[in-house]
Design a protein around this ligand. Structure first.
Ligand code: DGL
Length: 291
């Protein structure tokens, strides 16, 4: 059978006790496929872990929804991953991190890492001068939350946040190198560069790493030499540090395993997800989280 429908509250038999002979079980959550760019960074960095990835593809996009809806969806997803035996959660979705990180932390009893603080810290490493300008490209909900502005201010950077709502559907369509996407980028970036002169451009949405080259090229065409930052690597680094200190698991020498759950079509997840993960995705389990 190609897919198996799983119940929201089904606990795996092995979920309650940590077995020191195996690596940690790490849950990675995104509203869809984009978080696979974070999983891609995690796999080589913490190869002893067993990953459970959940893409809430049936309810994507989160980026145009209200805080209450995003929090409800994200909490349900995080609870599923905890019930599945995950000992550590990576919220590999900027929108869920921006709008629901505290709700998720209160709803589960395992440590939870978001992508925004690691992203801001990565920008700090790139922007040498204090008070330097960072341009954050993100979904409308993330921009409205000003989570990036606060995280950047906490490390001494000034962030200009710009919503780019057309980019997620273009990436979902596979138009990563399409003239329409380039034109849309040119419009968004020229409007953004009229407001600030950034030294770094932070990709504040997990879909954007797939068009990082096009973003960089468009910046150059518009006369900006800003460095493009993808927070996936910084998030994986933070997860590695937390896993070796916070839950202090032994890391056996083994290669990472991952299993994927999607709330919509498993075929689409396999096809599109392989682009984000840059490796074939085998079986994907269907999960029904309700409406
Ligand atoms: N994963 C979301 C993010 O990183 C983008 C897709 C969506 O809007 O759900 O913000």
């Amino acid at each position: 059978m190609n897919s198996a429908t799983s119940q929201h509250n089904s606990k795996q038999d092995n979920s309650s006790q940590h077995n020191s002979k195996r690596g940690p079980v790490v849950g990675v959550f995104d509203s869809g496929f984009g978080g696979l760019t974070v999983l891609r960074a995690l796999l080589p960095r913490i190869p002893a872990a067993n990953y459970v990835y959940l893409g809430d593809t049936a309810r994507l996009p989160y980026g145009a929804k209200s805080q209450a809806t995003i929090a409800r969806y994200a909490v349900e997803s995080a609870r599923f991953l905890e019930d599945r035996g995950c000992e550590y959660l990576v919220i590999a979705c900027n929108t869920a991190t921006a709008l629901a990180l505290e709700d998720i932390r209160q709803a589960v009893s395992v440590p939870v890492l978001g992508v925004i603080e690691p992203g801001a810290r990565a920008a700090k490493r790139t922007v040498a001068e204090p008070g330097g300008d960072v341009l954050v490209l993100a979904t409308a909900a993330t921009v409205q939350s000003h989570a990036y502005r606060e995280a950047c201010a906490a490390v001494g950077l000034r962030a200009t946040e710009v919503a780019c709502p057309l980019l997620v559907p273009l990436v979902e369509e596979g138009w990563t190198n399409h003239p329409v996407t380039r034109e849309v980028l040119r419009i968004y970036l020229s409007q953004a560069l009229a407001k600030c002169a950034p030294q770094a451009v932070l990709l504040g949405c997990t879909h954007y790493p797939l068009i990082a080259d096009a973003i960089e090229q468009t910046l150059r065409e518009l006369g900006s030499d800003a460095v493009v930052i993808d927070s996936a690597e910084a998030t994986a680094e933070a997860a590695e540090a937390a896993l070796t200190s916070t839950i202090a698991v032994s890391m056996p020498a083994s290669s990472a395993t991952f299993e994927c759950f999607a709330t919509d079509s498993v075929e689409k997840f396999q096809r599109l997800g392989s682009l984000f993960l840059r490796r074939p995705i085998g079986q994907v389990h269907h999960l029904d989280l309700g409406g």
